[in-house]
Design a protein around this ligand. Structure first.
Ligand code: ADP
Ligand code: ADP
Ligand code: MG
Length: 461
């Protein structure tokens, strides 16, 4: 087993990894930017090294500085978390050449699945259905128009290296196709340094269903069921749930087998997620793979009674799948709310600043993964997510009741958060009945009954 791990990340996921390491008896080295000097990940790690100024391009994305820190700290592995360098195959290669274990898949598997275009090609080759679309990258307006004629509107223009809902444009006619083609390219160039786009059929109000894959280096590949992440705003997940209220056992089996087959076809190891869209007739289409631990891995852990981050570390260290992962058994229902430092009453405008008072809910079936505390200042430079609130119950109903109870206890003052928005969703009749798809949030916000109760949590909510 490793003796010391560097965590190349910040925020709640850095804490998540540090906690797993501590329980495994592994020492930890945190890296941080000047903006994160007061962060919990710095305080809880055994050692820490500052790697630059606030912008992530000068710190968390600097491979050279992270490798220097790894060298100075004499670590034997690096955990990349999610975002930042987590899906950067070059980073994984640099780790390999420095004889430091990258806790994730091989660089080759990352390249095969890393960009959406190659992932689609791999899926086609493995016989897994993908959304109908262009055969590869679409280089020009003229080519976009040709593709549109062939597959028909509505369409989605997508950046091959997109993530976090960015670099994506819907097109319903030629005018919006041309506008979206350029818009997606500009946004993708800015966010990911790669303007390449492709085009696929837009599925109307689908479900986003993803399968958790875990594979060791001895040829064992399993899936740990699905997560329904259809509650989204601007194509970004807001609430995730496991299992999905949509799937029946037959569809779960078919999609799960497809996910395993695709992972095996590229020699995938470690934890990863196969994302699919499911249309209103039960047709499913692979859209992308995330070759890393995911924000919503928590709900799978709660339902299957496992620790995916520890499993990642064990697999990277050359261990076989743990017996309870090799034969997974779902035993409960879990829901996660992503709590963001944003003002839902002002179009979710970011709300960085000092948290004057912080009180987190607890009690049976409640889990919080968060780096927030009283007196912590949320910096404006990074992702706005400050906490993940997870409620677990024997049934979906009890998980929802528990989530409502926990949201009511959550107190965060000094900044605005999305807690009132989550409250509104938990009260919504369609959500409670399990009737939702990716169009849910827009429908809810446009409905007459939509109301944000103006509290950031109060103990009597
Ligand atoms: P998940 O399914 O894990 O929630 P998201 O797409 O929401 O995936 O991304 C998780 C985090 O990683 C977010 O902070 C997001 O901004 C970031 N992220 C995702 N993909 C990329 C990418 N290609 N480049 C940079 N950051 C990314
Ligand atoms: P990201 O890398 O940003 O996570 P994804 O390809 O996973 O991008 O898509 C994110 C979300 O965008 C999906 O969950 C879905 O809601 C929406 N989306 C993506 N592609 C399509 C499509 N072809 N049709 C309809 N919705 C789509
Ligand atoms: Mg995605």
């Amino acid at each position: 087993m490793f003796e010391k791990i560097l965590i190349a990340n910040r925020g709640e996921i850095a804490l998540r990894v540090i906690r797993a390491c501590k329980e495994l008896g592994i020492r930890t080295l945190a890296v941080y930017s000047e903006a994160d000097i007061d962060s919990l990940h710095v305080q809880l790690a055994d050692e820490s090294i500052c790697i630059g100024s606030a912008p992530s391009s000068d710190s968390y994305l600097r491979i050279d500085r992270i490798m220097s820190a790894a060298e100075v700290g004499d670590v034997d592995a690096i955990h990349p978390g999610y975002g930042f360098l987590a899906e950067n195959a070059h980073f994984a290669e640099v780790c390999e050449s420095c004889k430091i274990k990258f806790i994730g898949p091989s660089p080759a598997a990352m390249r095969a699945m890393g960009d959406k275009n190659s992932a689609r090609a791999a899926a086609r080759k493995a016989g897994v259905p993908v959304t109908p679309g262009s055969d590869g990258i679409v280089e020009s307006e003229a080519e976009a128009i040709k593709v549109a004629k062939k597959i028909g509107y509505p369409l989605m223009i997508k950046a091959v290296s997109g993530g976090g809902g960015r670099g994506m444009r819907a097109a319903h006619n030629e005018a919006s196709l041309i506008q979206g083609f350029h818009g997606a390219r500009v946004e993708a160039e800015k966010a990911f340094g790669n303007a390449e786009v492709y085009i696929e059929k837009l599925i109307i109000n689908p479900h986003h269903i993803e399968f958790q894959i875990v594979a060791d280096s001895y040829g064992h590949t399993v899936h740990l069921g699905e997560r329904d992440c259809s509650i989204q705003r601007r194509n970004q997940k807001v609430i995730e749930e496991c299992p999905s209220p949509l799937l029946n056992p037959a569809l779960r089996k078919r999609m799960g087998n497809a996910a395993i087959k695709l992972a095996q076809s590229v020699g995938y190891t470690n934890a990863g997620t196969m994302e699919f869209l499911v249309d209103q007739k039960g047709g499913y289409y692979f859209i992308e793979m995330n070759t890393r631990i995911q924000v919503e891995h928590t709900i799978t852990e709660e339902v299957y009674g496992c620790d995916l981050v520890k499993e990642q570390i064990h697999i990277a260290a050359g261990d076989k799948l743990s017996p309870h992962i090799a034969r997974p058994l779902a035993r409960s229902h879990a829901i996660q709310c992503r709590i963001n430092a944003e003002d839902p009453a002002r179009n979710f405008q970011p709300s960085a600043g000092r948290i004057n008072f912080y009180y987190a809910p607890g009690g049976r079936g409640v889990r919080i993964d968060s780096h927030a505390y009283t007196g912590y200042t949320v910096p404006p430079y990074y992702d706005s997510m400050i906490a993940k609130l997870i409620a677990v119950g024997a049934t979906r109903e009890s998980a929802i009741a528990r989530m409502r109870r926990a949201l009511g206890e959550y107190l965060i003052t000094g900044i605005k958060t999305t807690i009132p928005f989550h409250n509104a969703i938990m009260r919504n009749a369609d959500f409670r009945n399990g009737h939702y798809d990716t169009g849910f949030v827009d429908r809810m916000m446009n409905s007459e009954a939509f109301e944000l109760r103006p509290s950031n949590g109060s103990l009597k909510d």
